[in-house]
Design a binder for this molecule. Structure first.
Ligand code: BTN
Length: 336
């Protein structure tokens, strides 16, 4: 399909905004044409374009009727009803990319504004932490990367993963109340299985941050058999736990709202503002855990997550603060 011209895209956006205000009610094509200074045929072409994007519209000779939007992360859908002040006001929405983090980093290098987001329906080389892959099939997950340009020092950037985890946990709780856990440092779990991951990447020079890209992957509507064999026992989706299909656009908008709020809280108060939620959501506190960092493994009881986001382990009656690592729960130390 050849790329639609920009004027037609703009007309399609205008027509969509107008007709979706009155779903199921026919709107006269001539009225739309008059309103937007276009010909009737141009409005019909705009309607065809919307239909090709997956919008359900009834297009008769003289009228257009809006039925529903596609289950798709289109920029117009993400924008429609988005209540943020700055996050997601600039959107690059793709169908298929290698990795939204790579595109976001490239756009950041080229000067895209603070708060830009990049989304994709599918990633062919979705990246996870520690060089792992992130399973990114089409049409069922959320793959989003945010470009931030904080003015603070680079050593404050890693904590943004925890800030993001809190925003994600609050968003997912909307669908699965009381069931969300954060596995330190920043994996989101439902029913003990991973449902979301965060990849924070920093570009800095000396004490100056050029940009931070925070990539978030959420398993939203995957069915039980859709994860590859090797991660099936480790991964789950919101749909499987909530037992109903989730509207991805709605979830993304909710997340962007929480993220903006939590980011601003971090600017004002550091992580101390998040600590109560981080503790409440934690899947580890009270358990004996092993934390692997490179070749080192430390085993102890997870007793706290401090205001710097460190996991506090009690080992032989001494307290150790850990800033990173892969955690495995060894056994429950909670009293029976
Ligand atoms: C992890 O838990 O290992 C982090 C997973 C992060 C995946 C997201 S999906 C959107 C963004 N683009 C990527 O290539 N990775 C992140």
């Amino acid at each position: 399909m050849p790329a639609p011209d920009i004027l037609l895209e703009k007309l399609a956006d205008d027509v969509l905004l107008r007709i979706r205000k009155r779903p199921e009610q026919p709107v006269s094509i001539a009225t739309l044409a008059h309103r937007f200074g276009a010909s009737d045929d141009a409005v019909r072409a705009a309607a065809d374009l919307l239909i090709s994007y997956g919008y359900r519209l009834k297009r008769k000779r003289d009228t257009l009727t809006y039925h529903s939007a596609p289950d798709c992360l289109l920029a117009a859908e993400i924008t429609y009803g988005l209540k943020t002040k700055w996050l997601g006001h600039h959107i690059a929405a793709y169908n298929m990319v290698k990795s939204t983090n790579d595109i976001a980093a490239q756009m950041a290098e080229e000067g895209t504004p603070h708060g830009t987001i990049v989304t994709a329906e599918q990633q062919t080389k979705g990246r996870g932490r520690l060089g792992r892959d992130w399973f990114s099939p089409p049409g069922t997950g959320i793959y989003v990367s945010m470009v931030l340009r904080p003015k603070f020092r680079p050593d404050r950037a890693p904590a943004l993963s925890i800030v993001t985890a809190v925003a994600l946990a609050d968003s997912v709780s909307n669908y699965c109340p009381g069931q969300v856990k954060i596995k330190w440092p920043n994996d989101l779990l439902l029913s003990g299985k991973k449902t979301s991951g965060i990849l924070t990447e920093l570009s800095a020079e000396g004490r100056h941050i050029n940009h931070v890209v925070i990539g978030v992957g959420i398993n939203v509507n995957q069915g039980s058999g859709s994860f590859p064999e090797e991660i099936r026992h480790l991964a789950t989706s919101l749909r499987r736990v909530a037992r109903h299909k989730i509207n991805r656009v709605e979830l993304l908008q909710l997340f962007l709202g929480h993220m903006e709020k939590e980011y601003e809280r971090y600017l004002k108060k550091g992580l101390s503002g998040h600590a109560p939620k981080v503790r409440r959501y934690s899947s580890l506190l009270g358990y004996t855990v092993s934390v692997r960092s490179g070749k080192n493994v430390i085993t102890g009881q997870a007793v706290d997550i401090d205001d710097h986001g460190h996991l506090i382990l009690e080992v032989d009656q001494r307290r150790l603060a850990l800033s990173a690592g892969e955690v495995t729960v060894v056994k429950s130390a909670r009293p029976a």
